[in-house]
Design a protein around this ligand. Structure first.
Ligand SMILES: NC(=O)c1ccc[n+]([C@@H]2O[C@H](COP(=O)([O-])OP(=O)(O)OC[C@H]3O[C@@H](n4cnc5c(N)ncnc54)[C@H](OP(=O)(O)O)[C@@H]3O)[C@@H](O)[C@H]2O)c1
Length: 336
């Protein structure tokens, strides 16, 4: 497994050493059991332990995943192994009845972190992330409240998710920001224009989610799947529909060919594309061609977790990256 710095722009110091993370992290959205079909807690815990055994150190979760269930699963799975894990959780999306609401108020900050610490059964959270921007709360109020919670030792590094550069500027004016979590894969390259170059310029780590585009980029779907109403694979990612479905099929021919030549699964080709290293020169154009620091990949079983973690053992060559680039321009770009 390869390891990289979580991000240089944090609050590291003698009591808070900078943290490195595996280039493949484990996402736990599906463990909530409320957005990706049913989940089996015992299988979810085995999946987490299999990822740790395979060298994964970053586990990403959130109170929003199953209204706290995924955090509890993580807490049980890492019992006795706390020192091996960089725990990343979030605040700001809460279940209210049947709906999820965004609430970044200072009260929510103070309440949510105590709930997460209890569910995770830890004294401190390594990476605490603001889950989603909130139109109703000035971000400075949220970050001031987070700074007080940080002073009390409740978390080590601050992250944000789904923030644009202008909002990250406002966060950074109040408190050191370590990293951004963002949607990034071969089916969503929008962050390359502004967001990834902004992260690279300011030393922020970039944690990419949806690297497998909710499973499509594993190549396992030969026919368009049907999901139950409300399933995140259909409603959040929106790739299981035309014209993206057919375009992804065209791109997958190239990913499959590389996978065959390398004797590796297609999933690892997709993961390794998203976490490709930044270019050596630091012009904005070159930075935009680099990928994320860590690909956060969801897994439902121990076998999937092991397969995905093994992407951290090898890299795509520049010739393979060029072939993927050509296929992307032919298949995806015209329909993006
Ligand atoms: N901050 C945010 O707003 C946000 C948003 C989305 C996600 N995230 C985080 O990022 C993580 C990763 O993203 P994601 O889970 O949404 O999407 P993803 O990584 O693109 O897809 C994960 C899903 O693909 C399938 N899969 C994974 N590995 C596989 C393999 N080797 N072979 C076959 N199928 C495989 C599994 O589902 P099936 O077995 O059911 O097919 C798994 O749940 C999340 O779990 C969450 O922690 C954050």
């Amino acid at each position: 497994m390869e390891y990289r710095s979580l991000g240089a722009g944090g609050v590291a110091g003698p009591d808070n050493p900078p943290t490195t993370v595996s280039v493949v992290g484990l996402g736990t959205w599906a463990f909530g059991g409320d957005a990706w079909g049913p989940a089996d807690d015992r299988e979810s815990e085995e999946t987490i332990r299999a990822a740790l055994d395979a060298g994964v150190t970053l586990i990403d979760t959130a109170p929003a995943y199953g209204d706290g269930r995924a955090e509890e699963v993580v807490g049980r799975a890492i019992a006795g192994r706390r020192h091996e894990v960089v725990i990343a959780t979030k605040m700001g999306i809460q279940r209210r009845g049947p709906h999820h609401v965004v609430d970044l108020s200072p009260d929510a900050v103070r309440r949510e972190i105590e709930d997460s610490l209890r569910r995770l059964n830890v004294d401190t959270i390594d990476l605490y992330q603001v889950h989603w921007p909130d139109k109703n709360t000035p971000i400075e109020e949220t970050v001031e409240a987070l700074a007080r919670v940080h002073e009390a030792g409740r978390f080590r590094f601050l992250g944000v998710a789904n923030f644009k550069p202008a909002l990250m500027e406002r966060v950074r004016a109040v408190f050191p920001l370590t990293c951004l979590q963002l949607h990034y894969s071969l089916l969503n390259r929008t962050p390359e224009s502004h967001t990834l170059p902004y992260c690279a310029k300011h030393g922020l780590g970039a944690l990419g989610y949806g690297s497998l585009a909710a499973g499509i980029l594993t190549g396992k779907y030969r026919e368009l799947p049907r999901f139950a109403p409300g399933d995140a694979r259909d409603e959040f990612y929106r790739f299981f529909r035309e014209p993206v479905w057919s375009a992804a099929g065209g791109l997958l021919e190239t990913l499959r060919a590389i996978a065959r030549e390398r004797e590796r699964p297609v999933s690892q080709v997709a993961i390794n594309w998203s976490r490709r290293p930044p270019m050596a020169d630091s012009s904005v154009a070159a930075l935009a061609r680099g990928g994320v620091t860590c690909a956060l990949v969801g897994a439902r079983t121990a076998a999937q977790a092991r397969e995905n973690a093994a992407a951290g053992e090898w890299k795509l060559s520049s010739e393979e990256l060029s072939r993927i680039e050509r296929a992307w321009r032919e298949q995806i770009a015209p329909r993006a």
